[in-house]
Design a protein around this ligand. Structure first.
Ligand SMILES: Nc1ncnc2c1ncn2[C@@H]1O[C@H](COP(=O)(O)OP(=O)(O)OP(=O)(O)O)[C@@H](O)[C@H]1O
Ligand SMILES: [Mg+2]
Length: 460
């Protein structure tokens, strides 16, 4: 138990946000409880009011009934009274047992009644559950209506007795009526139970939520752990690439030295091996640079500080720099800037990387034909579109769907011998998007590819 509280304390200390959630989870049902409670209370109040109002109406009806037809107390118009009672009973089905009662010696009896059989029959006023003793009580306690709740054969009734007295205060008649309150009481009870039922459901739901929530917080812990591992991975990459840089530089230096015959002339075989060695060292150094770049991008450490540049100038430089590579493969590399005179606001280093990657790809994946680079302004969309088009292998629909994923390389017979890491396009799109641009492509297998790079035009 002690351990449980200790663990709970440590958990809360590490995830203070849970306190807020807990407060919320407790506060919501509490607020709901208060709401249901106040609603039930006001509902009860309203129901009591409603009953009181009804009492008042019944009492008015009885008053009207008797005062009209009982004007001469010694000789009441009994037939008229009976007609009035029948009419009232027909109009208000909630009213029961309407009677006008007089005293005859020690006996009480109805001179007119809703139940015709009861007329003239002496009423048994000995105290009992059916409330008839109230008649005797009312006769003695003049001046006031008597309202009470009684139960007859399982039915809850409100009995209202109106007392009629002459100017000397002497009672000469009673008018009584019962009204069923079963329905109203049932309604109140149902309303109250419904309220509490919903509240119970909400409390249960909240408890479930608390349970779920604690699991969610364990995910937070996991994600923190992941973040920590990710940083450790990035640190490792940084350290490893840094440590590898020195030996790779040495390797590059010595291969160049051997290639240029500075350490003595090489025979044909030796020349071949040194060339292979040189290629491998270059691939290794490219891979290291790519991995480092990816790690920088993922950690948000890449510098995207923008400057306004003329993209056509930069692209021309890149194309010029790569023309030897294209020529080596017998490819035509063409640049078309067609009167382009706009500027864009990007980080020049990143922009150069993106275009170089794409043009290098086109050269790499085109066995014969032509690579065309063009730049044009789409003034309606206020953007600059750089197109890199080739007559190369093209990319299948499946390949296009995954092309911008890390380490993804299209696997075809033709591509299999071409070195690469599958990071170039991911990095390029990542950088383009970070600078407000994007990269898209169109390609048909065995026909060629066309990559588009978009950047917003800088305000002049
Ligand atoms: N112009 C193109 N024509 C045909 N296939 C292409 C073209 N550009 C890219 N690809 C395909 O997309 C894959 C991913 O390209 P990406 O530039 O990301 O990686 P890479 O060229 O393999 O390696 P690197 O990271 O060294 O650039 C390539 O392996 C290639 O199969
Ligand atoms: Mg590439």
């Amino acid at each position: 138990m002690k351990q449980f509280f200790k663990n709970a304390f440590v958990f809360i200390r590490d995830n203070p946000a849970i306190l807020f959630s807990l407060a919320l989870i407790i506060f919501i049902p509490l607020a709901l409880y208060a709401y249901v409670f106040s609603t039930v209370k006001s509902f009860e109040g309203a129901a009591a009011n409603e009953i009181a109002n009804h009492d008042h109406t019944v009492s008015d009806v009885l008053l009207a009934l008797v005062s009209r037809d009982f004007s001469a107390k010694d000789a009441p118009d009994i037939a008229a009274l009976q007609t009035s009672i029948d009419k009232i009973a027909a109009n208000d089905t909630k009213l029961k047992n309407i009677r006008v009662i007089v005293r005859d010696g020690r006996e009480y009896k109805s001179i007119a009644a809703q139940n015709h059989d009861a007329v003239g029959v002496p009423i048994d006023v000995t105290p009992s559950l059916n409330g008839e003793s109230l008649i005797a009580y009312s006769w003695v306690n003049t001046n006031e209506d008597v309202v009470s709740e009684i139960e007859v054969a399982g039915e809850k009734l409100r009995r209202i007795i109106k007392v009629f007295a002459d100017e000397n205060g002497e009672v000469y008649a009673l008018a009584a009526a019962d009204i069923s309150v079963n329905h109203t009481l049932d309604m109140i009870t149902a309303g109250i139970y419904q309220g509490y039922f919903f509240m119970a459901i909400i409390v249960l739901l909240s408890l479930f939520l608390i349970f779920q929530h604690t699991r969610l917080f364990s995910y937070v812990g996991l994600s923190k752990e992941l973040e920590r591992k990710n940083t450790a991975k990035d640190n490792f990459i940084r350290m490893a690439t840094h440590e590898l840089r020195a030996p790779v530089t040495v390797l590059t230096g010595y291969t160049d030295l051997l290639k240029e015959d500075l350490a003595g002339a090489l025979n044909q075989d030796q020349q071949k091996y040194v060339d292979r060695l040189g290629l491998s060292v270059k691939n290794l150094s490219d891979l290291m640079a790519d991995i480092l770049e990816v790690s920088h991008l993922e950690q948000g450490r890449t510098d995207f500080k923008p400057e306004v540049i003329a993209p056509d100038m930069v692209i021309k430089e890149i194309v010029d720099g790569l023309s030897a590579k294209a020529e080596e493969k017998g490819l035509k590399l063409v640049f078309d800037a067609a009167n382009f005179s706009h500027k864009i606001s990007v980080n020049a280093v990143c922009f150069k990387r993106i275009i170089t990657n794409l043009v290098e790809n086109s050269i790499k994946y085109t066995p014969a034909g032509k690579v065309t680079v063009s730049v044009a302004a789409q003034t309606a969309k206020k953007r600059c579109a750089i197109t890199i088009q080739d007559t190369g292998y093209g990319i299948s629909a499946e390949g296009q769907a995954h092309l911008f994923e890390q380490f993804y390389r299209v696997k075809t017979q033709e591509n299999s011998g071409i070195p690469g890491t599958g990071l170039g396009l991911w990095m390029s799109r990542e950088m383009a998007r970070k600078m407000g641009g994007d990269i898209m492509l169109e390609s048909i297998e065995r026909m060629g590819s066309r990559f588009f790079v978009f950047f917003p035009l800088a305000n002049k």
